[in-house]
Structure formats: structure tokens, C-alpha cells
Write a protein that binds this ligand. Structure first.
Ligand SMILES: [Zn+2]
Ligand SMILES: [Zn+2]
Length: 338
């Protein structure tokens, strides 16, 4: 086996990354070592690249970034018995839970009180090889297409959002058509929604949404559609979109918040949260492992296809070029080939 590898490293507390040769990591106790097959760029990685305040608060350089990947297991360093064996194709759950806190004890490991993040709080997957904690390693169903295995994070988020919203037979509005919003349309379709409308200003994303199963995609919500949606899924974090969504949802409808605003949001609390008597929920990440079983079921049984959403492929060494496309917004998911 090789001793060194290529990796995308956040070396300094400043914008940009270094693409450099580093030693292949050794799996610590209860970790697996994988040969990365594909990794994919997440919106979070843009903030890390640009070194926004959130990134500065979560990352202590130097760190190998990247948290969405599929890799082939090379070694498992554990004395416990595990279903994960060398040769398996695995993905990583980004939320590394502690297993001890109150939330972990009550089966809410995805919102662990002591959470650390793969590719953010520790070395991640934009590299030829990666180590993953055994407890956050997901063994993929081999019938699923390998490229798709690396983009299960946004699908998982979407499954969690759509499941919470109970969409069967309902008219759905999805605000924001980034990868998670796009996936939410496909999942809502698979789970029996009656009509799915998306909102996004970019033509590129509108076209993608059509391919992902949306009935209709608009640039904005007009007053004639206020109070007409049974369910609103807010995937953008845009304050204007949040308010439009609260206008669009019908009285006693359901509103699920997923997109994280960059600033505080001002709302007419009485008008929306009291008078409309809404069911309001929020989602942070994927339930471990319940959501992953649901995503597997959707992919394996071909009820959802993520293929139309994978629009670009780059070599790991071309990370800066890939990031430029990512930032342009003229893309779906971008894969990096290790
Ligand atoms: Zn992500
Ligand atoms: Zn915990």
C-alpha cells in the first residue's frame, strides 16, 4: 500500500485550500481505513473554503476537509465484532455522536450534545484515503450505483424533512433548490405527494428540478397562491423565502424549516405562528440510522434517482476548478474522483 496520498487540506485560518501530498492516515481504535472512490462537494464546503465565521468557529487547521464520500474498506481496526469488512463500499455519516449524552440515550444521536463533524472537526474525505469512526460508517447496499453512494447526505436530509412533513396526498411547496431541495422533490414524489412546486430564481436549477420530478418550478410565490399549500418545506434559509413560505402555507398546514439563515430573521409571529395554527417543525441532519435505511430503500428500489443531479465530475487534484463551478451555482452535485 502507498505511504503518501493527495489531499485537500485547510492549512491556514484563511480563505483557500492546499492540494498537497500527505501521509496516508492509520486507522485508530474503532476506525476504518477506506480508499476513497468518490467524494462530493457540499454547500458547507464553500463556507469552509471561503473561511466564513462559522468555519473559523468549527475548524482548527490543518485539517483534510470533505465529508461526503464513498470508499472501499481497506482495514478495520477494532476488537468488537462488526458487519463492516475489507472490500465493502461504505459512506460516512457526518455527525459523529458521543453515545453518552441525553440525546444519544434517547435515540437522537443526530443531534448529540457533544457532536463532532467529519471533515470539519476532524480529518475528512477529500483525499485518496480516509479514516472513518466505525460508529459513523454506513455499509452501502451493493446494488446502488457507486456515484450515488457519495451523495446520500442531501438525500438523507430530504428524507428526514419529507418524512416529518407527512406529504402523502398533499400539495407541497419547496423553497430553495440546492441539492437537498431537489432531493426533497424526488422524495415527496416517491412518498405520494399530490403536487410538488419548487421555487428558485436560477434557470439551471429550474431545469434540474423538472428532471427530479417537480410538477412546476417558479421564480417566486404570487399572492394568489397564498394559503394554498398543505405543506411548505423551507430549504433555502433565505429570510424572504421563509416569509413567503409562511404566506403560502394554508391555515393549519405544515411548515418544516431546514435551510439555515446567515442572519437573524424577522417574522410577524402573531400572523403566522398563532393565527394560522400551523404545525411547525425543524430538521437538522439525518436520523442515525433510520434515515439511512429509508434512503437505501428509495435508491435500491429505484423510487428515487440522483443521477440527474450529479452534473460535474473532477479529479481530486482539480479541486479549485471544481470549487469555482460550485460557487457559480451552475451545477447540481459535483463529484471528485480520488
Ligand atoms: Zn454536507
Ligand atoms: Zn451524544
Amino acid at each position: 500500500m502507498k505511504k503518501t496520498m493527495l489531499a485537500v487540506v485547510k492549512e491556514k485560518a484563511a480563505p483557500g485550500v492546499s492540494i498537497k501530498t500527505v501521509p496516508v492516515p492509520k486507522p485508530k481504535k474503532d476506525e476504518v481505513l477506506v480508499k476513497t472512490v468518490y467524494s462530493s462537494i457540499c454547500g458547507t464546503d464553500i463556507g469552509i473554503y471561503d473561511w466564513i465565521p462559522w468555519a473559523a468557529g468549527h475548524i482548527k487547521p490543518p485539517i483534510v476537509i470533505g465529508h461526503e464520500l464513498v470508499g472501499r474498506v481497506i482495514a478495520v481496526n477494532s476488537s468488537q465484532s462488526t458487519a463492516i469488512k475489507p472490500g465493502d463500499l461504505v459512506s460516512s455519516e457526518t455527525h459523529i455522536f458521543c453515545n453518552h449524552c441525553y440525546q444519544c440515550q434517547i435515540n437522537n444521536r443526530h443531534i448529540c450534545e457533544n457532536m463532532s463533524l467529519f471533515g470539519i472537526g476532524r480529518n475528512g474525505g477529500f483525499a485518496d484515503y480516509a479514516t472513518i469512526p466505525l460508529k459513523t460508517t454506513w455499509k452501502n447496499d451493493p446494488s446502488i450505483d457507486v456515484e450515488t453512494m457519495s451523495v446520500q447526505e442531501p438525500l438523507g436530509n430530504a428524507v428526514h424533512v419529507v418524512t416529518k412533513a407527512r406529504v402523502s396526498g398533499k400539495k407541497i411547496l419547496i423553497l430553495g433548490l440546492g441539492p437537498t431541495g431537489l432531493c426533497a422533490g424526488s422524495v415527496a414524489r416517491a412518498y405520494g405527494a399530490k403536487e410538488i412546486v419548487g421555487i428558485n430564481r436560477r434557470d439551471y436549477r429550474k431545469k434540474l428540478a423538472k428532471k427530479m420530478g417537480f410538477d412546476r418550478v417558479e421564480s417566486s410565490i404570487t399572492p394568489k397562491e397564498f394559503n394554498t399549500f398543505d405543506v411548505v418545506l423551507e430549504m433555502s434559509g433565505n429570510p424572504e423565502a421563509i416569509r413567503a413560505g409562511l404566506d403560502a402555507v394554508r391555515i393549519a398546514g405544515t411548515f418544516i424549516a431546514f435551510g439555515i439563515p446567515k442572519q437573524k430573521v424577522e417574522l410577524d409571529w402573531g400572523k403566522y405562528l398563532i393565527n394560522k395554527e400551523l404545525s411547525i417543525g425543524s430538521v437538522f441532519g439525518r436520523r442515525i440510522w433510520e434515515t439511512w435505511y429509508q434512503t437505501t430503500d428509495l435508491l435500491k428500489n429505484k423510487r428515487v434517482s440522483l443521477k440527474p443531479m450529479i452534473t460535474h465530475r473532477f479529479k481530486l487534484a482539480e479541486f479549485n476548478e471544481a470549487m469555482a463551478v460550485m460557487k457559480s451555482g451552475e451545477c447540481g452535485k459535483i463529484l471528485l474522483e480520488a
